[in-house]
Design a protein around this ligand. Structure first.
Ligand SMILES: Cc1cc2nc3c(=O)[nH]c(=O)nc-3n(C[C@H](O)[C@H](O)[C@H](O)COP(=O)(O)OP(=O)(O)OC[C@H]3O[C@@H](n4cnc5c(N)ncnc54)[C@H](O)[C@@H]3O)c2cc1C
Length: 526
């Protein structure tokens, strides 16, 4: 009996019933009108499909971009823009297995975070230290750096990347499948590997497979707590105290060999309209006894950010943005690591969204805290807003992330202690709901600009900030209305890694097939 297999290629054209679903990704803000979407299930099928796509004459020359999709979670229109002719979708390639030839775990590029947690972990006892949102695709996630709740103890996903397989387009418009490894004897292939450790997806070719060595072993058990403060109880003074305590605690706990250095927290500063500020914390622990190192670290953290003298925290009863609520975890709950990961697992509803990011190296400055306080519904510009899904999320960062040298990967931000993500969501306009896109965009842009008012409206490289995260792309960074810092997005995302990325781009994508509004510009010389 033969093994059942997926067809290597499936082509979905505008008349196909699947087309309306497949011409969009997770962010409902972006709708492409491609000539076709092609689903590919083997590396060889990617070669054939890519070769065909780059050698076809477009029906419409204004729509001639070929894009690649894995999980479809891109924040900007890099995959589903109006100028897209073909979408190559690698999501059918989602296997994970040990590859004895490379002595590494192979992860196919169409797999998601959830495949990592539900397949790779049970099979190997290892995990990618990536994001908690189940539906995020690894094709985009890993190429941009990929981090999550395990990152303070284990670093970034790319810190374990040993090899990558990429379908690239040559100057002669032929397609080659290249395997590039960390220790590749060929320096150009080694550079191609390096560019995939944070250079961002959609820049060099179609990644078909990743290989990882020495992946971390997640903790046996973790303690998880989820708490909320009612906005009605929060004063300017207690808000300031919370942000100071949060930043100071992480500045003081940066050693991954200690439980405090491994503790990970997500602070969701929701707009006042949402009713609450939310906090989720996870730390590895063997028991919930105060003598346990993890438990002691968690209690110490909670004493700092949720003191008896502050506003009374309560169980977190409703989800905000992408994270599920864990209503029964005000009292820290001990559970297996995978169970905790499942408890937090969520991606939020499908709707339109806009995002911005910032790496933060030291506790927030007073003007930064004042700006956040104001724009979360406490100033005249934002008091009237009713959107419950507008927030500034502050993730803990650093510790093991800050261990590798800056140039070891294409993720140069290696001394931050927090990572911020500004988010706002709205529904696509319909007869029942006007959607509030303009109001939402204004809120997030004004809030971000106000927070970083002292540095040209963006978290510049230098001072207490260290630029932005390519996996949270934001085209406003290249708009002089919103960025007057003199640092373009290439500097904010890549810093001094950018010239090398440009050389890799020129070598491996000489025709600039893989491009978007913020893709790497090929260098002119070699
Ligand atoms: C709900 C949600 C939660 C998130 N949580 C986290 C988090 O916890 N941590 C974190 O680090 N990030 C997080 N992110 C950001 C996420 O890492 C990025 O959005 C990532 O790029 C998504 O990858 P994707 O494959 O799903 O998206 P896609 O839209 O498919 O791709 C994103 C980019 O990568 C390119 N790309 C995709 N596949 C390939 C491929 N096979 N070869 C070459 N290029 C490719 C695309 O062309 C595009 O430019 C989150 C995003 C969302 C929407």
């Amino acid at each position: 009996m033969s093994t059942p297999q997926l067809p290597p290629v499936v082509t979905v054209k505008p008349t196909d019933v699947r087309y309306p679903a497949l011409r969009r990704g997770f962010n409902q803000r972006w709708l492409a009108r491609p000539e076709y979407v092609r689903l590919v299930s083997t590396p060889q099928a990617v070669v054939t499909a890519l070769s065909e796509a780059v050698n076809q004459e477009p029906d419409d020359v204004s729509r001639d971009r070929v894009t690649v999709r894995s999980g479809g979670h891109c924040y900007e229109d890099f995959v589903c823009g109006d100028d897209v002719r073909v979408i190559l979708d690698v999501s059918p390639m989602c296997d994970m297995y040990f590859d004895p030839a490379l002595e590494a775990w192979c992860v196919e590029a169409g797999a998601t975070n959830w495949h990592g947690y539900s397949h790779l972990y049970p099979m190997s006892g290892r995990a990618l230290p990536g994001g908690s949102c189940y539906s995020v695709g690894l094709g985009g996630h890993i190429t941009g750096g990929g981090y999550g709740l395990l990152s303070r103890q284990a670093g970034l996903t790319v810190d374990y990347l040993y090899a990558v397989e990429v379908a690239v387009v040559t100057e002669a418009r032929t397609v080659e499948l290249v395997v590039a490894t960390r220790d590749d004897p060929d320096p150009e292939r080694r550079d191609l590997w390096w560019a995939h450790t944070g250079g961002g997806g959609g820049n060099f070719g179609v990644v078909t497979r990743f290989w990882f060595r020495d992946l971390p072993v997640p903790p046996r058990k973790v303690l998880l707590t989820a708490r909320s403060w009612n906005w009605a109880d929060v004063t300017r003074e207690s808000f300031t105290r919370l942000l100071n305590a949060y930043g100071t605690w992480f500045a003081d706990h940066q050693d991954p060999d200690t439980a405090s250095g491994r503790l990970f927290a997500l602070l969701a500063l929701n707009h006042r309209a949402a009713g609450t500020i939310n906090l989720t914390v996870q730390v590895d622990a063997e028991s919930d006894d105060a003598s346990d190192e993890g438990t002691a670290a968690l209690l110490n953290f909670l004493e700092a950010v949720d003191p008896q003298s502050g506003p009374k925290s309560r169980p977190m009863t409703h989800s905000i943005a992408e994270h599920a609520a864990v209503p029964d975890a005000w009292t820290p709950r001990l559970m297996p690591w995978l169970t905790a990961t499942q408890a937090l697992n969520g991606s939020g509803p499908n709707r339109s969204g806009k995002y911005k990011s910032a790496y933060v190296r030291t506790p927030f400055t007073r003007p930064q805290i004042e700006a956040m306080w104001g724009y979360l519904g406490n100033n005249d510009q934002t008091r009237h807003l009713t959107n419950k899904e507008a927030l500034i999320q502050i993730d803990s960062y650093g510790s093991a992330v800050n261990t590798p040298p800056r140039s070891a990967t294409a993720c140069p931000q290696r001394d931050s202690i927090m990572k911020m993500q500004y988010q706002v969501y709205w529904n696509r306009p319909s007869d029942d709901d006007p959607g509030h896109e303009a109001e939402s965009l204004k809120w997030i842009r004004d809030t971000y600009r106000a927070t970083f008012a002292d540095t040209g409206g963006v978290p510049i490289v230098g001072g207490n900030t260290d630029g932005c995260y390519i996996n949270y792309p934001d085209v406003d960074l290249d708009d002089s209305d919103w960025n007057t810092s003199g640092q373009p997005s290439s500097q904010l995302y890549y810093q001094d890694a950018y010239p090398r990325l440009q050389r890799v781009k020129a070598r491996w994508d000489p025709l600039n097939v893989f491009r978007n509004a913020q893709s790497i510009e090929p260098s002119s010389g070699t």
